[in-house]
Ligand binder design. Structure first.
Ligand code: ADP
Length: 215
């Protein structure tokens, strides 16, 4: 699998059909574009916490928003996948495709996956460049380990979890993230405020002054 290119459909009998609702029409109605906010960072860096807080903050401000979270996706869409390198690549590819469908539907999709490999993230960016925003949820390993929210670091240190990111598997930090959120320096409120500012700058657009007559 070349993860830098969109997979060609297995069947030859697949054609693209056109929607009769344009992306512009959706974003004018919603007051914002659809998009993918791709959170990446170590376990315990704060991806889930900030994704769920941001979802709430955006929702009460009238945005269409939905969080795709690692554990939830692995119970359904990726229930057939494990943690081998090939399965990790496929998992991220699927999440990218689903997030992109949300974005095309006009929704802001927030994805909260460690996604440790730069090539996997760049693969999603390459296929869905118009929607993709990489957001580095950054805290040093020692801070994440001290938080040890789920007790995973101590289990990994004891050798009970193999290939644990940051301990026995690599984490490749973004080289050119669209936004960096240092959770060891900022309280949650500040992190959310910075994320809201980013979204306002990148995804906002004026609502239609009145509902257009649509044919
Ligand atoms: P991840 O999803 O990246 O594995 P979690 O969100 O599960 O991380 O855990 C992050 C932990 O760090 C939580 O216990 C959270 O309360 C704490 N925390 C402290 N400061 C922050 C911050 N500024 N942003 C996010 N989480 C923070």
């Amino acid at each position: 699998l070349n993860d830098r290119e969109q997979l060609a459909p297995k069947s030859a009998n697949v054609t693209t059909v056109s929607h009769r609702v344009a992306a512009d029409e959706r974003s004018v109605r919603n007051g914002h574009e659809g998009g993918i906010l791709w959170f990446t960072g170590l376990s315990g860096a704060g991806k889930s916490t900030l994704a769920m807080e941001l979802e709430r903050a955006l929702f009460i401000n009238g945005y269409q928003v939905y969080v795709l979270d690692g554990d939830n996706i692995r119970q359904g869409l990726s229930a057939d996948l494990g943690f081998s390198p090939e399965d990790r690549v496929e998992n991220i590819r699927r999440v990218g495709e689903v997030a992109s469908l949300f974005a095309e539907a006009g929704v802001i999709a927030i994805t909260a996956f460690i996604s440790p490999y730069r090539a996997d993230r760049e693969g999603v960016r390459a296929v869905h460049a118009q929607h993709f925003h990489e957001i580095f949820i950054n805290a040093p390993l020692d801070v994440c380990e001290a938080r040890d929210v789920k007790g995973l670091y101590s289990r990994a240190r004891r050798g009970e979890i193999k290939e644990f990111t940051g301990i026995s598997a690599p984490y490749e930090p973004p080289v050119a993230a669209d936004l960096v959120i240092p959770t060891h320096l900022w309280p949650v409120d500040r992190c959310i405020a910075e994320l809201m500012t980013f979204i306002n700058q990148r995804l906002s657009r004026p609502r239609a002054p009145q509902r257009a007559r649509l044919a």
